[in-house]
Design a protein around this ligand. Structure first.
Ligand SMILES: NC(=O)c1ccc[n+]([C@@H]2O[C@H](COP(=O)([O-])OP(=O)(O)OC[C@H]3O[C@@H](n4cnc5c(N)ncnc54)[C@H](OP(=O)(O)O)[C@@H]3O)[C@@H](O)[C@H]2O)c1
Length: 324
């Protein structure tokens, strides 16, 4: 089978199309013939070497989120999955491939009218957005800032905040055009990356972190909550702890959130609900698997709004009432 592996950590040129033996599922796993593969921010971090501490080795096949058809099941897995079209989560790798093995515990049946491309656009990012807002104890009527809203997580967070009855939904973005698109999805205020302009918030959902995190934390209303889910701008400054402590006069809360801590059944339920619901999947571009390096170049250039999705020759779109 064809796969895309990191031959050298660093730039996108380190990604190579390779021929690998077809994998086979171990106990608790299934084998999937992939149709669509989501290209995530974490793939970029792994490829760049930023996550070297986690022990990724040359030859690592990227890709955590896939959709396709189950073609074999390992020991202990219900054989009824065989032949089903599914969304699945491969974890930190194995997805940029024509065949992938994934834990059966992650499988969600693909509704017949949902395209695999939309599924991998919404599934993982949407799960993070949904549980992060819950972690922030977001309530109707509250004001929300989504920092780094133009990415997969932020785009869903804006839509969920709107559906959840947020009073104000502010977004940070570097681009006026993206701001307009975020307004179409439910944002009520668009601010620059520095968060400048009026406004304090009850909830901040932050995928950016980096040097400006303390300043954003200071923009919370009394009893406000900031939940950090990503760090596209790197770690916060070393003295962030000082800002946290100084916040006690406003009873502010800082929390981190990782979808890895969500029980598998809750995660499946959230993905299934997202796929069946009306949250819009924003697909930046669909490219063939072989062009994974081009996808990474676009992400590195910061030109992506929503998700880039890779497809294999098996990709055939949705099969439902609108179907093929
Ligand atoms: N917590 C979890 O469970 C979980 C799960 C998956 C991924 N993640 C993490 O989430 C992050 C990726 O999320 P994503 O894919 O939604 O985001 P993303 O697309 O990588 O970035 C979101 C937006 O942040 C803005 N941005 C980029 N660099 C910035 C900078 N230096 N300063 C300020 N803004 C900047 C960009 O928008 P503008 O150019 O419009 O400003 C970008 O579109 C990664 O850190 C990943 O590790 C977390």
């Amino acid at each position: 089978m064809k796969a895309v592996a990191v031959q050298a950590f660093g730039g996108p040129e380190g990604l190579a199309v390779v021929d690998l033996p077809d994998p086979s599922p171990a106990g608790g796993q299934v084998l999937i013939t992939t149709e669509a593969i989501g290209v995530g921010g974490v793939d970029v971090l792994i490829r760049s070497g930023a996550l070297a501490a986690y022990g990724f080795e040359a030859g690592h096949v990227l890709g955590g989120e896939i959709a396709g058809t189950v073609t074999a099941v390992g020991d202990g897995v219900d054989p009824a999955w065989t032949g089903q079209r599914v969304w699945a989560f491969a974890g930190t790798g194995g997805g940029y491939a024509e065949q992938a093995v994934v834990p059966a515990a992650t499988l969600v049946a693909l509704p017949p009218d949902v395209s695999p491309v939309d599924a991998v656009t919404l599934g993982s990012s949407g799960t993070v957005a949904r549980f992060a807002l819950r972690h922030a104890r977001f309530a109707p009527g509250e004001s929300v800032l989504v920092r780094g809203a133009a990415g997969g997580i932020g785009i869903v967070a804006v839509q969920l905040a709107a559906r959840g009855g947020a009073g104000v939904i502010a977004v940070t973005t570097s681009s006026a055009e993206r701001g307009d698109r975020l307004r179409e999805l439910g944002a009520t205020h668009v601010v620059g990356r520095d968060g400048g302009g009026a406004g304090d918030y009850d909830v901040i959902l932050d995928v950016v972190a980096g040097p400006d995190l303390p300043a954003f934390f200071g923009r919370l209303n009394p009893n406000g909550r900031l939940v950090a889910v990503g760090a596209v701008a790197g770690d916060p400054p070393a003295d962030f702890g000082t800002a946290l402590f100084a916040a006690f006069r406003k009873s502010l809360s800082f929390a981190t959130f990782s979808a890895d801590t969500v029980p598998a059944a809750d995660r499946r339920a959230a993905v299934a609900e997202l796929l069946a619901g009306d949250v819009r999947a924003v697909v930046h571009e669909v490219l063939p698997l072989e062009q994974a390096a081009a996808a990474h170049r676009k992400l590195d250039a910061g030109e992506v709004f929503g998700r880039i999705v890779l497809t294999t020759p098996e990709f055939s779109g949705a099969r439902g009432t609108a179907g093929a």
